[in-house]
Ligand binder design. Sequence first.
Ligand code: BES
Ligand code: MN
Ligand code: ZN
Length: 486
Amino acid sequence: MTALTDFTFCATDLDQISDFDGTIAIFVGADAKLDACARKVNTLTRKAVDRFVASEAFNGLAEGAAVRLAYPSGLSAVAVIVVKLDRKPTQEAARKAGASLAIEKGPQPMLVLAGNLGSADEAALGLMLRDYAYVDHKTAEPKLRGPVTIMMSKPEAVDAVALRSVAEGVFFTRDLTNAPANDLTTTSFGDRLAELQALGLRVEVLEENQLEELGMGALLCVGQGSASPSKVVVMQWHGGGDEAPFALVGKGVVFDTGGISIKPAGGMEDMTMDMGGAGVVSGVMKTLAMRKAKANVVGLVGIVENMPSDRAVRPGDVVTSMKGDTIEVINTDAEGRLVLADLLWYAQDRFAPRAMINLATLTGAMLIALGHENAGVFSNSDDLSAAFLKAAGAEGEGAWRLPMSPAYDKLINSRIADMKNTGGRPAGSITAAQFLARFVKDDLPWAHLDIAGVASVKGATTLAPAGATGWGVMALNRLISDNYEA
Ligand code: BES
Ligand code: MN
Ligand code: ZN
């Protein structure tokens, strides 16, 4: 588990600067004007700041980038970090500035002199989010991560609980998504979600016999070749009144070998992240509970492992979904939609939600279409997809809507069953969405987010190191706070 760096917001006290043991951060805009905090540091360091901001090095810095001035004379600090940032930065620039601080931070405590910087809370969030490392399986002593003190004019205006809740939710998602499949088994995943009860969530772990009773033949066939039992976890947050809940549904394939339609060896190890959709749902539920959201939200995740074995589902097998529709399994590697079909149906059947969004690392075709920059959005509702795209845009999480249409349905019609689970290569992400739509009631606003390209990436992004990104936690948290909270 990756703990959040320790954060405090407090009023500015210039007298603490000279003796501070650690690193000190100041912000200077492109106009090179120093605020009171930077002036104080400048005076104490006998104008080291002046000299730096007059240099070509500062001139060439991008907005939000930082430079570390090591062992400044006149201060106890080991370094002064100068961040180039406008006094009234955009949210994006402020988060980037915070992320730059996280990269330059080092193990010592840090004193951030934000003064009257606009969006200091966003800079703090950027710092929190970028100060992440997945070290659960490193044997070396974890690096010290000293506490961060943010001095500012109006610390009382910062909603520290909201910031921390978001960062904790994102970290939870990243930890789950980064975890290898022999660590995050179906059972340990269920256990980790059950622990969320401590935050006031109601968590139920449904076991295989219960799923059989519910008739979840589509979900169950995916895990039937694995020694690890399939599970459905239901997480309920009751923060609103009597209104129907908003439903979040996630694909939680802890490892996707492809099953009997086995995947090639190269890159198969990446399929530890095939529970990324369930990871995001779990992270959002954690955030909502931590910030005590005034909304009713239910999160459902289907946790299974897709393995080949003598008991595994075969290509050509026909399974019956909870809805009652039969599915011909053409390719056992198109397993995510089988999991979601039953979960989506169960979510509607049990909770009659006001709206529903599912997330899944569903198709490789999604990476071909949008790469790692945008998730695919598929929806039966212009309103819901517009609201989601707005929330994602506001959080800087890339998302792009793709079309759905009954015209694609013929690709998934089966000769012997009600439908088949693949439609071939053309429009692979859309036919997957069309498949899911068959398990969504007509009048329910619904969106499917295909996060195959964004859940985990090979290189660092602005707010995350390489690996799991936590994409979607912030967008969904905002979607709920902007549209479904009192
Ligand atoms: N989990 C994969 C999709 C995936 C691929 C996610 C790459 C992240 C990165 C999914 O279960 C899958 O295997 N989909 C198949 C569907 C096909 C058989 C119709 C695919 O995309 O190849
Ligand atoms: Mn697959
Ligand atoms: Zn998969």
